[in-house]
Design a protein around this ligand. Structure first.
Ligand SMILES: [Zn+2]
Length: 676
């Protein structure tokens, strides 16, 4: 094959986009006010996206929709005249989001989505009938005729949570499945097979049908838009829902011919502020699944349903920054609510102009760099490939398949990567079921931090020799763990950790006794009852025949890791399994959450640190495993500062002081705008 010259990578540019609800542009009066606001806030508006409707109900008669799109065309022209370089339409409903306003919205004139239990949606359609596809073609053609610069497809593109839990089991979809499976199934028969341990093929085919349904729907939309105007850019909004819909973001974005993507998934209130970090990881996972064509990657900042006291301006700035840290390069602000309630949203805008220059520098400096740290393993094939054992419910989704558990490691300051394989892999619950033996062996040739439920799966697959241990006994009450004098425990030798495992629901898997199966297994903790009687090893470290370093945790692996001793042990463990390549390590036990991006040679990178606590952090000693000898510190409202890097064996050490609660520090490593 001829070698093609590599196209020059476009320079990464920050895009701040506003999503505007219909009541803001429907009447001349409201629009006039909106235009005034946009002019006033011009420094933080690069793009506007007009929502095409106010309800999450799919069906709007086309004659009414055509009139609305004519109005939208005039509104977008007005924005362009006001100097906004990019104006487009956000099509809120393609399938429909949920059942909303159904008692007075027009009934769907085509097949509604049917749930696995026979429930029928009132607001969302089956995406597979020719009648629905015809409506969608006509709808998107009308949108394209309004001359938008771009069209967003919203995140109702999924097969779950449409007023029915799991879809779609209508006659059309069952017909498609019969052709795929080579056999007819009734809805009842199919659902029964989903819970059958021998139903693996049916489950996989069904998830793939969901995947293809979405892929073909998006391809259909792309054709409709391109026929009117091939220049219109398209974008897909996604969420980290579950893998029932297949989550093949790369295929979906490609089918839509999209250059825009908007990863998201709900952080509507800062009552539990650390959730913003958990959402940022979700967005990082989604971003890592996008094809390279998706160059405009906007974070979903969403304050739905827009009530002032549900979220602070500080939270807005922090969550957006964490998302940019995870590799997005824009923000889609969905924070203007009703046109009559500006006082609910305007105060939140004030925090953005001062942070914009930091965001721009961050995005330009870290363009193309991967996240690094521990990679929590997950797969879009998880639901398709998981096993279903006697008495289990496939659609019930037990916690052993929760991919979010390892996020706790981030709360104690271990950087979480969303680009595989990071510098160490975290394997929790039964997620290993989604991977082939070959993939698992590859993982175990490197560093792995895993729990004892994952060990169970490895044992079923006859791969547990790679861990050095076997599961000896499962206990579920009255247990603590004690740190041994292994050097990975440092000063914590002899200390106890108590997670009170019965208090948090089913404690199965929180008190597993491990047993070395070979020589060379190091015992890091042993389990004891409340009378200090030893039950056996509960955490082990082992270097296997593939050269991989594996640590297994049998005691409360994902809860209450926040003690001084446990945090330090896990820092040592992460350094050990990754052979010293964890990109950041902070000495003090402070709630500094870190997100790290780094070039392969580690000359160039960026670190975002968030004080996720209510106390000021007086001092933080940050060891950065980077070859960079220059660092700049960006903080909101202050001039950029050159940071002193104290060289050390593993890289360099930076000391930060006086970090206020819930505030950010952005560190740019290496020369400015150097790429690699
Ligand atoms: Zn259907």
């Amino acid at each position: 094959m001829d070698k093609q010259p590599k196209p020059a990578k476009p320079k990464e540019k920050l895009t701040l986009s506003w999503r505007i609800w219909l009541p803001h542009w429907e009447t001349d009066e409201a629009f006039c006010r909106l235009l005034g606001l946009v002019r006033e806030q011009r420094s933080i508006v690069d793009e506007v996206a007009l929502f095409d409707t106010i309800t999450h109900h799919l069906y709007i008669p086309l004659d009414e929709y055509a009139r609305r799109m004519e109005l939208a065309a005039r509104r977008m022209d007005a924005f362009r005249k006001a100097g906004i370089p990019s104006a487009g339409i956000n099509v809120l409903c393609t399938i429909g989001h949920i059942n909303e306003a159904w008692s007075y919205m027009p009934r769907l004139p085509f097949q509604a989505m049917v749930g696995h239990n026979g429930d029928v949606s009132t607001g969302c359609a089956c995406p597979n009938t020719p009648e629905m596809r015809e409506y969608i073609r006509a709808k998107y053609e009308l949108v394209a005729k309004a001359h938008p610069d771009f069209i967003w497809v919203d995140d109702d593109i999924r097969m779950t949570n449409h007023g029915i839990a799991w879809g779609c089991f209508c006659p059309t979809c069952l017909g498609i499945f019969a052709r795929k499976a080579g056999q007819k199934y009734s809805r009842e028969k199919l659902v029964k097979l989903f819970d059958d341990s021998a139903g693996g093929r049916v489950r996989q085919l069904w998830v793939e049908q969901n995947n293809e349904t979405i892929e073909s729907l998006l391809a259909h939309i792309a054709v409709a838009i391109r026929k009117i105007n091939p220049e219109i850019r398209t974008g897909l909004m996604t969420g980290m829902h579950n893998t029932y819909s297949g989550m093949a973001f790369e295929r979906w974005v490609t089918a839509l011919g999209a250059t825009k993507a908007r990863p998201g998934c709900g952080f509507y209130s800062d009552a539990t502020p650390i959730e913003m970090y958990r959402k940022a990881i979700d967005c990082g996972w989604q971003r890592a699944s996008l094809p390279p064509a998706a160059t405009d990657r906007q974070y979903e900042l969403e304050n739905f349903p827009y009530q002032r006291l549900k979220k602070s301006a500080t939270a807005v700035v922090n969550e957006c920054t964490l998302a940019l840290a995870y590799g997005l390069n824009g923000i889609a602000f969905n924070m203007l609510g009703l046109a009559t309630a500006d006082e609910d949203s305007l105060p939140l805008l004030e925090g953005i102009p001062p942070v914009r220059p930091l965001w721009e520098k961050w995005v330009a400096h870290t363009a193309g760099l991967s996240t690094t740290g521990l990679w929590p393993a997950w797969s879009r094939q998880l639901m398709a490939k998981r096993s279903v054992r006697q008495g289990e419910n496939w659609l019930g989704w037990p916690s052993q398949y929760d991919i979010n558990l390892p996020k706790t490691l981030g709360e104690i300051g271990l950087p979480i990567a969303t680009d595989a394989p990071g510098c160490g892999i975290v394997l929790c619950g039964r997620i290993a079921e989604a991977f082939s033996d070959r993939e698992l062996k590859n993982m175990f040739a490197g560093g792995v931090l895993m729990d004892s439920t994952a060990l169970e799966v490895l044992t079923e697959r006859r791969l547990n020799h790679l861990t050095g241990v076997r599961l000896a006994r499962r206990l579920d009450n009255g247990l603590m763990e004690r740190f041994t004098d292994d050097e990975l425990n440092g000063r914590a030798a002899g200390q106890l950790r108590d997670a009170r495992i019965e208090f948090w629901g089913n404690a199965k898997g929180l008190g597993d006794v491990l047993e070395p199966a070979t020589a060379g297994v190091r015992i890091l903790t042993t389990m004891e009852d409340y009378f200090y009687r030893v039950q056996g090893p509960s955490m082990t470290a082992f270097e296997n025949s593939l050269g991989g370093r594996v640590v297994v945790m049998g005691y409360a692996p994902w809860i209450f890791l926040h003690s001084v001793a446990k945090r330090r042990q896990l820092q040592n463990v992460a350094d050990w399994i990754s052979r010293g390549t964890m990109p950041v390590r902070i000495d003090q036990t402070v709630p500094l959450v870190s997100v790290v991006r780094m070039s392969a040679n580690r000359h160039h990178g960026g670190v975002v640190l968030l004080n996720a606590g209510m106390d000021e952090i007086r001092e933080a000693t940050v060891h950065v495993r980077s070859a960079a000898r220059r660092a700049r510190l960006l903080t909101i409202g202050q001039r950029d500062r050159v940071l002193k890097i104290q060289p050390e064996k593993s890289g360099g050490c930076i000391t930060l002081r006086n970090i206020p609660p819930w505030s950010l520090q952005l560190i740019l490593l290496g020369k400015q705008s150097r790429r690699n």
